[in-house]
Write a protein that binds this ligand. Sequence first.
Ligand code: ZN
Ligand code: ZN
Length: 258
Amino acid sequence: MIFDAHIHTDFSSDSKMLLTDAMMRAKECGIGLITTEHMDLLYPKHDQLIFDVDDYFATYNQYRSNHLLLGIELGMRTECVTENYAIVKKDRFDYVLGSIHMVEGIDIYYDFFYENRTKAQTYASYFETMAKCVKEYKFIDALGHIDYIARYAKYEDTEIYYHEFQDFIDEVLKKTIANDIVLELNTRRLGERSVVNALTPIYKRYYELGGRLVIIGSDAHTQQAIGSNFAIAKEFLEQCQLQLIYFKNRSPEYMVEK
Ligand SMILES: [Zn+2]
Ligand SMILES: [Zn+2]
C-alpha cells in the first residue's frame, strides 16, 4: 500500500482536520495514512505545536490498523534533544519524523527571520541547523521537508538550488545517511515543475552519497491536501532510482502499489 506519511489532524494546534475525515479521504484515494502531529518543544508561544501523547494514543488507538499508523513530527532543536528522545523512546509510535521549523530560536515561517539578511545567510543558517540536528537526533526515522524554508522565505526566488548550497546540503545528506535516517520527499510543493527541477539534483545527490530509501508525505492540514502530488512524487523517485518505504512499529516497510 502507498502511504501518506505526513499529515496533521486536530492534535496539531495548526490543524482542524478530524482523523475520521482524513481516513475517509485516504480511503477514497486508496492510500494509507501515518499521522505526524506537531511536537515543537520550546516553541515560544505557550501551548502551541505540542500535544498530550497519552491522550493521543488513548484517542487514536481504536483507529490503528495496517493502513492507519500513528507517528509524530518532532520540531528539532539542539536545545532539547534529550527531552525529545524521552517522548519517543517508549516505542509507542510507528514513525518519528524530525523536522526543522525553527532556526536560531525563530520560527522561520515569520518575516522577521529574513529581515536585513540575504538568502545566502539565512539558508546557510538553516542548513547548518539541520545538519547539527540530524547529527544529534540519531533516533528519528526520517528527515522532514528539506525544502521547508522555500515555502516561507521572503526573497524573490525562494527555491533551493543544489549548486548554490552544495556544501551545506552535502553535509545534511551525509549525516542523514550516516545515521540511517531516511529522507522524506514532502509532496506539498511538487505541483510546480520548477520545484521538481530544483529538488532533482538534491535527491540524485542523496543517491550518489549512498541514500536509497525515501518516504513521502503531503503535510496535509486539510482533507483535500491528503495524497497531493503523489503521482509526480512516484515518477520523481523512479528517476532518482530511490525506493519508497514507510515505517510501522519504527521499522521500514516497502511501499508497493496494490
Ligand atoms: Zn513540518
Ligand atoms: Zn508537518
